[in-house]
Design a protein around this ligand. Structure first.
Ligand code: NAD
Length: 490
């Protein structure tokens, strides 16, 4: 049965309605419907379609609120972030359930994501107590040199749907602890998750106007955010095409821009690896989160001696990742949208038409039971097939044979992307060489390409990133601050 906004009760509509948060007020209509990708016809969320006027109001509120926020002692700012982190944890299950309904991942993955957002807020909150500058010697007599970090001012954040609460948190927390005010535009497909983050910050006592949310279309709300001269820096995560367009806008007005974009992450499996363990590593990277992670494994290069055993083990692993409703214990969640579902099907179909063997999966299923796409393992395909070169963003992995380590490394590096890269081997020599020569921002040895710690730098190279400022860990503070050097004489 199809439910729409008009035939659900007001109380239910209130629960699933995301609003703009502008100057501490929840505003905007409930005019955009988001359906549950695992349950055809079930309404998951409602949200307003923001306009350039909403963005203007949010930036005006942020501009008014930022000086007092920056003047608050950093430990007091940190305390608010830590309280918000604790609130997310108190609300973990309810938020995770909303996240599953609007995004499609499994409940376990969603709970893990909410926990991550909570940890991120508490990590950056604790940095309110940390040193932010240095004391340096001067060549001048009776002079001390210190360095300071100043907030940029008002920053814009544009985020994707695939980690709808963790990514807003890992951008907002370093921005806020540094004394910036924020305007965020969450992904249209997942308005509720960012709303939960905003609510936790507000309930934790964040002053009105310091964190503002404007929902709506990228080319309306996101574009207005990027073009407003009051936005001193824009941090974006999403597809490479959109990111590069935003970079032009920000560069033209010489504002700071941080882009984390697409990936085509490869793993090299060498003869000396354990085929079963390597298959588990690859399957977790390829099929976990329904393959909808920028760090997902999507191409694998194997040397001849392990090929057969690895493919057999990977096919068995793929069979474990049955797709289903994330709220009903599925091992793999739903694909986010019909468009993404069709994209996955087209990628597999085209590869098969070009001679690939499909060892596991299918590309002709319907969507009557939701956007449930079976884990796909392709092999025997040309190195230039789009399934090998282009980001699919689904649970599809291509396995290709290479003669030796050097050829495998060259294949890993033969990509426009450079987000994560992995190797499965027992050889210290090969893993050390790979860490040095693989062209990616994150290297994983015997670990899935997807999955990151929150306290270490994250970002890519090539078309995966602006490759200037890293996200996460203390490095995340660099984007949201500028440096000042102070000479003090007596
Ligand atoms: P997307 O680029 O379509 O959208 C990302 C955000 O940009 C959304 O909020 C969207 O509304 C907004 N947007 C779209 N067009 C815009 C425009 N013209 N101007 C301003 N804003 C605009 O990406 P998506 O489909 O939401 O997410 C999937 C992509 O994100 C994949 O390519 C994935 O690899 C990437 N991603 C990267 C990382 C990373 O850290 N590198 C992490 C997660 C996702």
């Amino acid at each position: 049965m199809t439910s729409t906004a008009s035939d659900i009760s007001t109380a239910t509509a209130d629960l699933i309605t995301a609003r703009h948060l502008i100057n501490g007020e929840w505003l905007g209509g409930a005019d955009t419907e988001r359906m549950n990708p695992a349950r055809p016809g079930e309404l998951a969320a409602l949200s307003p379609s923001g306009t350039a006027a909403d963005v203007d109001a949010a930036i005006t509120a942020a501009t008014a609120a930022q000086p007092a926020w920056a003047a608050l002692p950093a430990p007091a700012r940190g305390a608010i972030l830590m309280t918000a982190g604790n609130l997310l944890l108190d609300r973990q299950t309810a938020i995770a359930e909303d996240l599953v309904r609007e995004e499609g991942k499994t409940l376990a993955e969603a709970k893990g994501e909410v926990k991550r957002a909570s940890d991120v807020l508490r990590f950056f909150g604790s940095l309110g107590w940390a040193a932010t500058g240095e004391v340096l010697p001067s060549g001048l007599p009776d002079t001390t040199i210190t360095t300071r970090r100043e907030p940029l001012g008002i920053v814009g954040l544009i985020t994707p749907w695939n980690f709808p609460i963790a990514i807003p948190a890992w951008k907002a927390a370093p921005a806020l602890i540094s004394g910036n005010a924020v305007v965020i535009k969450p992904a249209e497909l997942t308005p509720l998750s960012a709303t939960h983050l905003a609510r936790a910050l507000q309930d934790a006592g964040l002053p009105a106007g310091v964190f503002n949310v404007v929902h709506g279309k990228g080319r309306v709300v996101g574009d207005a955010l990027a073009r407003d001269s009051r936005i001193a820096g824009l941090s974006f995560t999403g597809s490479t095409n959109v990111g590069l367009g935003l970079q032009e806008i920000l560069n033209a007005r010489r504002a700071r821009v941080q882009l984390e974009m697409g990936g085509k992450n490869g793993v090299l499996v060498l003869d000396d690896a354990d085929p079963r363990k390597a298959a588990q590593v690859v399957a977790a990277g390829a099929f976990g989160l329904t393959g909808q992670a920028c760090t997902a494994t999507s191409r694998v290069y194997v040397t001849p001696g392990i090929r057969a055993a690895f493919l057999e083990a990977l096919t068995a692993e793929a069979a474990q990742y049955t797709a289903g409703d994330g709220l009903e214990g599925a091992k793999m969640g739903a694909v986010v949208s019909s468009q993404q579902f069709e994209q996955n099907q087209a990628a597999v179909r085209t590869a098969v038409e070009r001679g690939a063997t499909l060892l596991h999966g299918a590309y002709d299923g319907g969507t009557d039971a939701g956007f449930l796409f079976p884990a796909a393992v392709l092999t025997d395909l040309p190195f230039d097939d789009a399934a090998v070169t282009e980001e699919i963003f689904g649970p599809v992995v291509a396995v290709l044979e290479v003669p030796d380590y050097e050829a495998g490394l060259a294949a890993i590096n033969d990509s426009r992307y450079g987000l994560t890269a992995g190797i499965c081997t027992d050889s210290l020599a090969f893993s050390t060489d790979f860490a040095a020569r693989a062209q990616a921002g994150v290297i994983k040895v015997n670990r899935p390409t997807a999955g990151l710690d929150l306290n270490v730098p994250f970002g890519g190279v090539k078309d995966s990133s602006t490759n200037t400022f890293r996200e996460q860990g203390k490095s995340a503070l660099d984007f949201f601050t500028w440096g000042k050097t102070v000479y003090t004489g007596v």
